[in-house]
Design a protein around this ligand. Sequence first.
Ligand code: NAD
Length: 295
Amino acid sequence: MTNITIIGAGTMGNGIAHVFAMKGYRVQLVDISEASLEKALATIDKNLGRMVQKERITAADQADTLARITTNTDLKSACADADLVVEAATENVDLKLKIFKQMDEAAPAKAILATNTSSISITKIAAVTSRPEKVIGMHFMNPVPVMKLVEVIRGYATTDEVNDKIVAVSKKLGKVPTEANDYPGFVANRILIPMINEAIYTLHEGVAGVQEIDTVMKLGMAHPMGPLQLADFIGLDTVLAICRVLYDGFGNPKYAPCPLLVNMVMAGKMGRKSGEGFYAYTKGSKEVVVSKTFA
Ligand code: NAD
């Protein structure tokens, strides 16, 4: 495997490009937006620069890594020589089905088609292609250059051979792959999202405030971030979307999203990316903003 094409150059796409290029793979990074591609290259350059400062790589490594990444707004030509295509576009099922049809038409028959989806069924995505046995979930964590985990998710038709190749390539990237079957939320989000939702219920029902809830989980359970701070980091709209995937997928009321989460998303309070969620983010500092008026 030498040629990797990555579809989507946002938060995850640029990180995925970074780690593949660092390990010597030739990377084509694709986005519909030129601005996203420029921003992605600048982010990769900045993150590599930070690694040079920390003396983890040399300036020559930085230059070589960047030289292995080319950008493209044309998915078809970018997939033509791919051994592996990793889709990391916006989390929207119709969009992903459309992109997978295009990837299937454009990539060589031998190519593996992977998705970085957080919650959409791999089996559903695979079903729109002519090669469901070569479709697999490759779920990187954010920020990709830092986080060690890759969840490898087999769709209903994914073969052992394809699964083993993706496990091996994840290890080559210096990651630790875990294998899972394709059920709503896979492993990571099936456990994480109900915990975050329960933290929001705990706030909503007035059991404790934002800081108390986050402090309990940080100091009591040794979590590096409290669940409400983590929800802000992930994006409250994303948390809600994954909650709904779990609720719809299992038909179990225990996954029902907390009404406070629904309200905050409707109010445009998406967390860090909108500047405000459970905390307000101003000039690098954060302060609690969700008060008892919401409880
Ligand atoms: P993002 O919004 O930062 O980036 C998405 C990118 O996809 C944008 O640059 C957009 O222009 C591009 N795009 C949209 N349509 C496209 C198309 N037709 N062709 C090519 N590019 C297109 O999103 P993100 O946070 O990077 O998430 C990407 C994927 O990774 C999603 O499936 C998400 O669920 C998953 N994921 C996200 C995180 C996270 O913490 N952000 C963690 C794990 C997995």
